[in-house]
Design a protein around this ligand. Structure first.
Ligand code: 2HA
Ligand code: ZN
Length: 270
């Protein structure tokens, strides 16, 4: 058995949570990440027959039965993941049609997975249905995107177009745009189901007055998606109160589509 703390998925998760904390996206216990793991890879590091304890999930997700996830813990601080990964992270395998999670490693102080586990698991199901390569769901509280939800129209087309107009690369990085949910109570199956529905058409879902969800094939890609949208929101907040003299025109966006071989969300460009 190889040492679990040397597993690339764990090393990468520790790097990512630390980096997100350092970006100011995950104050206190804010934010959570789940990473879908390959069971064969996990078995190189853990005796996967040894279940430490079983945790009820409160939802069903038959599509994820038997799947393994590395996930951040409820009430845990991203700041602390690098110094105590086994307390702040856990590896679980879903069982009984997703109704229960078998803990195989971590949460060593008796803790459990993030309160947003329903939103994460339902989002994995939604993303996998449109992109079988999806592995990551990531949630955090980046200040500029959050601030933008107080002063900008939450209409998805309008919100997306503003972000696209703030940096040339935005439309290239997220051509499908960002979807937006109005304020909803977090930690519930309802917000989980609403997030998952939005995840079918975009990898970024803004939770108004709360934060953002991102999804992607690896931690780097997902981090980069949120990073790009957050940068655009930062620029928006720098200019929103000033007279606008220039912007990226729809004609320029069409040139970007051609140059980078991407297709903007249907109906979002004139
Ligand atoms: O885990 O970010 O949305 C803390 C949160 C809940
Ligand atoms: Zn949150």
């Amino acid at each position: 058995m190889k040492p679990i703390l040397e597993a690339p998925f764990l090393v990468e998760m520790i790097r990512t949570t630390t980096n997100m904390y350092n970006h100011g996206w995950d104050e206190r216990n804010g934010g959570n990440i789940s990473l879908l793991l390959d069971g064969k890879e996990v078995a190189q590091y853990l005796d996967v027959r040894h279940v430490i304890r079983t945790i009820p999930t409160g939802f069903t997700a038959p599509e994820l039965d038997g799947r393994y996830f590395l996930v951040t813990g409820t009430g845990k601080y991203f700041k602390n993941v690098e110094v105590a990964p086994d307390v702040n992270l856990g590896i679980v395998r879903l069982a009984d049609s997703g109704r229960q999670a078998d803990l195989l490693w971590g949460f060593s102080d008796g803790g459990q997975f993030t309160s947003e586990f329903p939103a994460h698991m339902m989002s994995h199901v939604a993303r996998l249905s449109v992109d079988p390569a999806n592995r990551v769901v990531m949630h955090c509280h980046p200040a500029n995107l959050l601030a933008m939800t107080y002063v900008h129209d939450l209409d998805e087309r309008a919100f997306t177009r503003t972000l696209w107009q703030m940096c040339t690369e935005c439309i290239v990085v997220f051509p499908e745009g960002v979807n937006v949910l109005p304020w909803m109570l977090c930690g519930t199956n309802e917000i989980g189901e609403a997030t998952a529905e939005k995840m079918k058409t975009a990898r970024l879902v803004v939770w108004a007055q709360h934060g953002i969800y991102g999804a992607g094939k690896d931690l780097d890609e997902t981090f980069g998606l949120i990073e790009t949208a957050e940068k655009a929101a930062e620029i928006y907040l720098k200019i929103a109160h000033l007279p606008l003299l220039n912007t990226i025109s729809d004609d320029a966006m069409h040139q970007l589509e051609k140059r980078f071989g991407i297709k903007a969300r249907a109906g979002y460009l004139d």
